[in-house]
Design a protein around this ligand. Structure first.
Ligand code: FAD
Length: 302
């Protein structure tokens, strides 16, 4: 979608918003899939309420992009603009055993920066790509660690009411790849409470996690991580693997031959190819096991 209203275009620089017209989301997502739209990069978080109100006044729908590592985006000209928080510096501010982190910060870089201050606990999250805001939305987790366990406060723009609020950790439910935030809440910053540990010990655990990831995941291919959530008591990847579906493809959308719950864009896959592959695999699992797989990847349909 192109922003055309001259008054709106004129307001963007005043709000500190950079407009990147006709951005291909294929270049902004780890899947390498997604059509084009105007991307609005927001530096001044306090300008968000006015920006969102203006977009609403002009009838322009919007979506919020983090690092693009858990997204499958529709093909072609997209019917909404995309907002993205521009990174701020410093992204991480340490106070004792807590760290205030900007939502646009890279999650892995945050884990490393905290480690350098002898603050650990989040080592398991080291290889989870994307932003801290996206990790909060998804309650990202790996190797027995989930980000929600460390959250003490979150500064969030509550788009439904047009206000920026600070929520305490106890006010938010963090579940398996799900949180109780409202669908249009935008996380702006988080206060994490970490565990005091020597840097060398944290680094050792980080190395183990990185090795495990490298051994089991197709990290040099375009994917969005796990496509499906694990059903209760089972592994989605194992169910798919047992059906012999590794390497199964629709066009260039393919079930990874390394990890059956990772689907990859093996060349020029479209969103339509990937959606078809997701449906076919889900159907095969349903027929074989009577299990309904639920997507972990977030799908932005046009
Ligand atoms: C190779 C690979 C490995 C992965 N491994 C793991 C893993 O081990 N564990 C795991 O949990 N995930 C994993 N993922 C998935 C993904 O990295 C996580 O879900 C990540 O936390 C998403 O963050 P993001 O910033 O990229 O979000 P995006 O993909 O940009 O967005 C995901 C959702 O979050 C919302 N969002 C983004 N930023 C904000 C914000 N500031 N406020 C509110 N909502 C926001 C978006 O609107 C969207 O709905 C993996 C992905 C890849 C490609």
């Amino acid at each position: 979608m192109r922003i055309e209203a001259p008054e709106l275009l004129a307001a963007l620089p005043r709000l500190g918003v950079e407009r990147w017209p006709g951005t291909a989301l294929a270049e902004r997502t780890y899947f390498g899939i997604g059509g084009t739209t105007d991307l609005l990069r927001i530096r001044d978080r306090q300008a968000l309420p006015e920006l969102v109100r203006l977009l609403r006044d002009y009838g322009i729908p919007s979506r919020l992009l983090g690092g693009g590592s858990n997204l499958l985006v529709a093909d072609g000209e997209l019917p909404w603009v995309v907002l993205q928080l521009a990174p701020l510096a410093p992204a991480v501010q340490i106070e004792g055993q807590t760290a205030w982190v900007d939502a646009a910060a890279d999650l892995g870089a945050t884990v490393t920066q905290c480690a350098r201050a002898n603050l650990g606990g989040m080592e398991g999250l080291i290889g989870v790509p994307g932003s801290v805001g996206g990790a909060l939305r998804m309650n990202a987790g790996a190797y027995g660690t989930q980000i929600g366990s460390f959250v003490r406060e979150v500064v969030v723009y509550r788009a439904a009411r047009g206000v920026i609020e600070t929520l305490r950790g106890e006010q938010i439910r963090f579940e398996y790849r799900h949180t109780s935030f409202d669908a249009d809440d935008m996380m702006l910053a988080v206060k994490l409470e970490l565990v005091a540990k020597p840097f060398a010990e944290i680094l050792h655990t980080i190395r183990i996690c990185n090795e495990k990831r490298r051994a089991s995941q197709p990290l040099n291919q375009k994917s969005a991580g796990c496509i499906f959530k694990n059903p209760p008591g089972a592994s989605a990847g194992r169910l798919i693997d047992e059906l012999g579906l590794k390497g199964f493809r629709v066009g260039d959308a393919m079930v990874s031959d390394r990890h059956a719950n990772f689907f990859i864009n093996a060349g020029a896959a479209t969103c339509a190819d990937m959606l078809r592959l997701i449906d076919l695999v889900r159907e095969r699992v349903r027929r074989a096991y009577g299990v309904e797989l639920e997507e972990e990847v977030i799908i932005w349909k046009a």
